[in-house]
Design a protein around this ligand. Sequence first.
Ligand SMILES: Nc1nc2c(ncn2[C@@H]2O[C@H](COP(=O)(O)OP(=O)(O)OP(=O)(O)O)[C@@H](O)[C@H]2O)c(=O)[nH]1
Length: 206
Amino acid sequence: MESRDYLFKVLVIGNGHVGKTSLVHRYVNEKFNKNYKITVGVDFALKVLAWSDTETVRLQLWDIAGQERFTSMTRIYYKEASGCIIMFDVTDACSFRNVRSWKEDLDSKATLPGGNPLPCILLANKCDLSPWDVPLSSIEQFSKVNGFIGWMDTSVKDNKNISESINFLVERMMTVSRQGEPWLEQDGGKIKLDSPRREPSERSCC
Ligand SMILES: Nc1nc2c(ncn2[C@@H]2O[C@H](COP(=O)(O)OP(=O)(O)OP(=O)(O)O)[C@@H](O)[C@H]2O)c(=O)[nH]1
């Protein structure tokens, strides 16, 4: 069978301090750093996945600084993206309220080639902490009415639901790439973890 390579640019956006840099570091380097170092502008990372025997996925992760929503730079950063992760911190209601602005910013500046919104997941991060400042029912409802393909509670610290969520997004980006935009479903519900597919193996990273 013919082998196929996919290259996806994935944006990681959300308020400052919600865990975007930590997410990318965890996913790419399999490490967690408890010290906060603010991102200035944008950081990049690459992860290469052996998705199946015949398919390789190259993920270019763009970690965009929390304060960039207030600059005109996001239009440039969002260019030619294939998908997006929007994060908030479950102990910080303000970061959840601002997800709407991040999604609006994204949808107004970036679309798929056919004009549809980018497939986008919503991550409710720091679920290892308590008390939560955002009720579960609000997240579910919000995700469904605001055009997300799904949402998930995550803890970058405990490595909970990180690769599972990103794999879900990769799966959708691959469907769009193979079958076109009309296939893009925007159910918005909680991402299901019972998918039978095996974990892709990692080829290399930098
Ligand atoms: N308890 C807990 N802390 C986390 C988690 N994820 C990240 N953090 C911590 O939250 C702080 C901020 O994380 P960053 O990854 O730097 O946040 P960011 O969203 O990239 O921030 P900006 O660079 O300002 O945009 C750091 O001290 C992390 O160690 C998590 O899942 N649980």
